[in-house]
Ligand binder design. Structure first.
Ligand code: FAD
Length: 506
């Protein structure tokens, strides 16, 4: 039996031979081992031990496949990065020492089907690039907006099972017909793109037979070179309604009433967000800018933001009235934000991501920088925990309780929020923000993160999205899951070189 365990970092001679072969395949100018580049690629919002050994920047899908094949041939660990904006999840750091496969030059919007509302993109295509293209061509569809940086990769965010607002917010659920390169040198399409007449490829994602897209999500068992993404139809009218709920003991009644709105299809899941006071305060500015600190209770007050959109003003008005009437008895007050002019593309409800939320990474820094925000370069401490919470107010209140206990015990700033991801469950967003320049702050934050993750695991609130530390510390799975998935991985990446350490237990 071949050894399926993790491979070791390559010996320097093996790495040199591999890089020389890559330089012949993609051009020496696109292979970097410069100390300056490697230092830049090593930046992260938390301490981590895996290092980039070199950076390969292929310019085409064929060149990327050549690098993958050579990595398999030479047994050299390779870690794919599309845009590397995974701030708080791992930035551009590999789980273990590896050469980086930088896919940012693969930045073509290959095809837009304006009738069906689908798009085929390469991994380097960013949210702002796609939104600008859809707006310029007046296409009545959009990519659901999100709180992350607009310079992130649409495809990588979908592969990582990221989410945006609205009914099409489950990005992986809207992704199909992946073009995948393997370290064997093979290349395959997972959808109808594999047939001679590929007419169905942009409109239907589930061809007969086993569906294998899942093997490339949060796993990188292969490198995805492009994929087809379903876009959301852009509604003319929309608004946000924010409900002040109060302390976490008020969550159960509010969430129960809210769940009825989702079941009745008045509100879509991914349209409702719950925020604690810490997250609300950090959205408005950083700690250093506060003239006086808010009272401790303010950090623990919960708010729900519900977005509603419709193509007809009357439908919007009806939905608004039903939402307010249903939730009014369970909140202390509410406000309505009409969200710009009808039809404006500069709206979060119509695909515009402004990246404003990234300032929350700077909460503990002495000041915000003047130029573009880059939490890696600005030495922000930032780390997510992403637990799934049943869509039930008692469970949500428990998440709040555990989070506040950790914040108090470690005297660290933790923000908590959750988004209804289905009719039955929420995706929790718990983020830790600190200043990496303060001595001892890294160690304290990592200890608080480990403790809270353990508390969530004990509660059965397992994660839906990986961060490097959470994956490394994950509890072993029961039964034969790991053995079976290890064999699947071995079939796709026999040398075991691609993104090693990315999946817990493997
Ligand atoms: C303040 C803040 C708010 C945020 N809000 C949101 C939010 O609302 N919703 C949300 O979803 N995210 C959110 N994020 C998370 C983050 O912005 C995204 O996950 C971001 O999209 C990741 O960066 P990227 O797209 O450049 O992916 P990358 O960093 O390039 O890749 C992400 C992962 O996928 C793997 N990968 C990349 N490309 C490929 C490929 N082609 N084939 C195989 N594997 C690949 C990488 O190895 C890496 O592990 C937020 C982050 C911050 C800091």
């Amino acid at each position: 039996m071949t050894n399926l365990g993790p491979i070791q970092a390559p010996l320097p001679e093996a790495l040199t031979t591999f890089l020389a072969a890559c330089a012949a395949a993609i051009g020496a100018g696109h292979v970097s081992v410069s100390a300056v580049d490697l230092a830049d690629w090593s930046l992260c919002t938390f301490p981590w031990s895996g290092h980039p050994l070199a950076v390969l920047s292929p310019g085409t899908a064929e060149e990327a496949v050549a690098c993958l094949r050579l990595a398999g041939l030479h047994g050299c660990p390779l870690h794919p990065v599309s845009r590397g904006r995974s701030w708080g999840l791992g930035s551009r750091r590999p789980p273990r020492d590896a050469v980086i496969l930088d896919l940012s030059r693969l930045n073509r919007i290959i095809d837009i089907d304006a009738t069906s509302g689908t798009v085929r993109v390469e991994p380097g295509v960013t949210f702002s690039q796609l939104q600008d293209e859809l707006t310029a061509r007046e296409i009545p569809f959009h990519v659901p907006s999100f709180g992350g940086p607009p310079s992130a990769s649409v495809l990588a965010n979908a592969l990582d099972r990221g989410e945006g607002s609205g009914a099409f917010g489950d990005r992986f659920g809207q992704l199909w017909d992946l073009d995948v390169g393997l370290t064997t040198g093979e290349r395959l399409r997972t959808g109808y793109g594999r047939f001679e007449n590929a007419r169905l490829a942009p409109v239907h994602g589930r061809p007969v037979g086993p569906l294998i897209e899942g093997l490339f999500s949060q796993a990188s068992f292969g490198c995805v070179l492009s994929g087809c993404l379903g876009l959301a139809p852009t509604a003319q009218h929309g608004c946000y309604i924010a409900f002040e709920i109060g302390l976490s003991d008020k969550l159960p009644a509010f969430v129960e009433a809210f769940t009825g709105l989702i079941r009745d299809r008045v509100v879509d899941y991914h349209d409702a967000f719950f925020w604690d006071g810490a997250k609300q305060i950090a959205s408005a500015g950083i700690a250093a800018d506060l003239t006086q600190p808010p009272p401790p209770r303010a950090y623990e007050e919960w708010l729900a933001t519900i977005s509603i959109s419709a193509n007809h003003a009357m439908i919007l008005d009806c939905k608004k009235a039903i939402v307010i009437q249903t939730l009014l008895p369970f909140c202390s007050s509410f406000t309505i934000d009409e969200d710009g002019e009808p039809g404006s593309r500069n709206s979060g409800l119509r695909g515009f991501s402004d990246g404003g939320n990234v300032t929350s990474c700077y909460w503990a820094k002495p000041a915000l920088p003047d130029g573009p925000l880059n939490p890696d370069r600005d030495r922000c401490g930032f780390l997510w925990l992403c637990p799934v919470i049943p869509l039930d107010g008692v469970a949500l209140a428990r998440m709040a309780q555990l989070t506040q206990a950790a914040a108090r015990q470690f005297d660290i700033f933790i923000m908590a929020g959750a988004e209804a991801a289905t009719e039955r469950a929420c995706h929790g967003y718990v983020s830790f923000a600190w200043d990496r320049d303060v001595p001892g702050a890294d160690a304290k934050a990592m200890a608080a993160h480990a403790m809270l993750m353990e508390a969530f695991t004990r509660e059965g609130f397992h994660p839906y999205r990986p961060t490097l530390p959470a994956t490394a510390a994950a509890a072993p799975s029961q039964g034969d899951w790991a053995a079976v998935v290890r064999r699947l991985r071995h079939a796709l990446d026999p040398a075991g070189v691609l993104a090693t350490g990315r999946v817990a237990d493997l």
